[in-house]
Write a protein that binds this ligand. Structure first.
Ligand code: GLY
Length: 353
């Protein structure tokens, strides 16, 4: 798999303009959703090299990460003369970068694409690392491919207009990156003043966070081994996300990950000796900033079934990534049903639900 450049921009329009100048692409396409078309595309209008680019717009939100939307993008590329030598630019959150990346990876067996993520979640996670795809048959990211963008451009100025929920959704993945990397990064993240954001410091934190992911993806692009470290918090987090959806009270992905970290750090503590004080500090941050996802013991079986069907599993065992300590990662861990139920009891007790 090709390696991708991740560029922390000082000035997106100037730097993108310089990169595209004299480029060899025969046609340029910009994919946005209805939100980023209105809010972010005007910024790219300043890039003269994009003045002739064909715009493709899809509906916003994850519910539209569908085969139908994908087919519309393929159709636009096909009818508007895209060739193997064209370039697609995905401007948006994870939904746009996932779907647009997959459209580019499959059109004429693959054209180059770049990602310009506009949300914190997409900057530190979704747009980086080559996972592309769509939801299918009621399952998230059921169809997709590993196909990295040739480059990912991080312009943290976009974050100034992000709402609180979307800020914290992305921040959960940053906390996860802190937990799997080192104490200093983890402490900086827990101490960052989220009520009054200093965007200069946030930019540094984004750079550090995305570097954690990049290092891991370079080592294991197709998730055969260490890339599973990025799944910390996600085994139970995905089950919370799916339960919430099934109960018609959808939650943002990063919130589900933050809540999933609570039982998974407890599991790390009882199975791998993760220090209790660091578990407590992380959980306190989550309680303070993410509130509580409520459920009761009648939901345990359903949560367990959802974990069993996670695509990260092999056979009938539930795969966890756990920690011995900050940065000390144990992949391919399992737990039996009683232990998983114990982690759910722990979650409810310490989150007060
Ligand atoms: N979001 C986890 C990964 O990219 O592997």
């Amino acid at each position: 798999m090709k390696q991708q450049d991740v560029i922390l921009c000082n000035n997106l329009t100037n730097e993108l303009s310089a990169a595209l100048k004299g480029g060899s692409y025969d046609k340029l396409f910009i994919l946005t959703d209805t939100h980023t078309h209105q809010l972010c595309l005007p910024i790219l209008d300043k890039v003269s090299e994009l003045s002739q680019a064909t715009k493709i717009v899809i509906e916003a939100e994850d519910v539209h990460k569908t085969l139908e939307a994908l087919s519309n993008v393929w159709m636009a590329l096909s009818t508007q003369g895209a060739t193997r030598h064209s370039l697609m630019i995905n401007l948006g959150g994870g939904m746009v970068t996932d779907l647009g990346g997959f459209a580019a990876a499959t059109f004429k067996r693959g054209i180059d694409y770049i990602n310009i993520p506009t949300t914190l979640l997409a900057m530190v996670d979704a747009a980086v690392g080559g996972k592309t795809g769509i939801n299918f048959n009621g399952l998230k990211n059921e169809i997709g491919a590993f196909a990295p963008a040739i480059s990912v451009w991080l312009e943290t100025e976009f974050l100034r207009t992000l709402d609180r929920e979307n800020f914290f959704s992305g921040y959960a993945e940053m906390i996860k990156h802190g937990l799997i990397s080192n104490n200093q990064n983890w402490i900086e993240l827990l101490q960052f003043e989220t009520d009054e954001i200093d965007y200069v410091t946030l930019k540094d934190l984004v750079g550090t966070s995305v570097a954690v992911k990049e290092r891991i993806v370079i080592e294991d692009p197709k998730e055969h081994g260490i890339r599973k470290a990025l799944n910390l918090g996600h085994t139970i987090g995905h089950a919370f996300e799916s339960l919430a959806l099934a109960q018609n009270r959808p939650v943002l992905h990063g919130y589900a990950v933050a809540w999933g970290l609570v039982p998974e750090l407890y599991l790390s503590h009882i199975k791998a000796g993760f220090p209790k004080d660091k578990m407590r500090q992380t959980i306190q941050f989550i309680k303070d900033n993410y509130g509580v996802f409520t459920f009761d013991c009648k939901n345990y079986e359903q949560l367990y079934e959802l974990m069993l069907h996670d695509k990260k599993n092999c056979a009938q065992t539930i795969n966890f990534t756990l920690l011995k300590d900050i940065g000390e990662i144990c992949i391919n861990q399992t737990a039996d049903k009683d232990t998983i139920f114990e982690t759910l009891d722990f979650y409810r007790e310490c989150m007060g639900c």
